[in-house]
Design a protein around this ligand. Sequence first.
Ligand code: PAF
Length: 295
Amino acid sequence: MKTIHTVAELRATLSAAPAAPVFVPTMGNLHEGHLALIRQAVGLADAAAATGRSPVVASIFVNRLQFGPNEDFDRYPRTLARDAELLASAGCDILFAPDEAELYPEPQGYKVVPPAELADILEGAFRPGFFTGVCTVVHKLFNLVQPRAAVFGKKDYQQLMVIRNMVRQMGLPIDIVGGDTMRSPEGLALSSRNGYLSDDERAEALTLIGLLRQIQSQARGATALTPALLAEWEQAAMARLRERGWAPDYVMVRRQTDLHAPTADELAAGLTTTPLVTLVAAKLGRTRLIDNLEI
Ligand code: PAF
């Protein structure tokens, strides 16, 4: 695997490649969830081997633009040497790891602002500007890497939806592929932020998947779904989290397509017609965790 730190070297390397890359953007501190995305990218690259194999490119860049003033930008773990070894072992061909001055040589005045109806709900309501930061850096990375496909984890369900929407509206010729969430054997969604948890908090963090599975089985088993029933389950889950010492931001059952609340008619039509997903975000001690489960 080749590690590249500058835009000039990235351009020179990619211009000599036989096909456009398959790309996995990350912020580093990699875990098995990221490596599963890399392996998925390797599968996509191999699948097009007949026309010239695409290199698999991963980026590592902790993007200041997507962190709020009181968030964990400064303490976000930076583990480049270990990440590079993991990427190489998973079959990545090129690691692009620019520093801030390389990616943002001047203050980033031009931003990609996603529509409020997608980006100011759920995560965006609690992390103002987050999706503008994400879309700006992802759009910029797409311009630099010019991939034919890019893989994003479903753990960041809303991010995946917003990026799909950006690519469609901007007419970018990139296939956006979702990767399944990887979990510990007990069910904890893998996340770089799990590293902030104490042993006790790590055990308590399993409450999230327990609540998501409970709502999934209630929804699948219900004879008739209504907005009132979903609201009851959401509120019960929020109350349970508070009782256990969490500070929940939201537990919401939403349409998979646009993450808006399903209407009574859509719920009456059933889960096949209107697939749903439950999304949760909550703080345990100093650590904010998110998770989701399709119903
Ligand atoms: O999901 C992430 O790690 C980041 O939001 C991303 C997509 C790499 C943009 O900084």
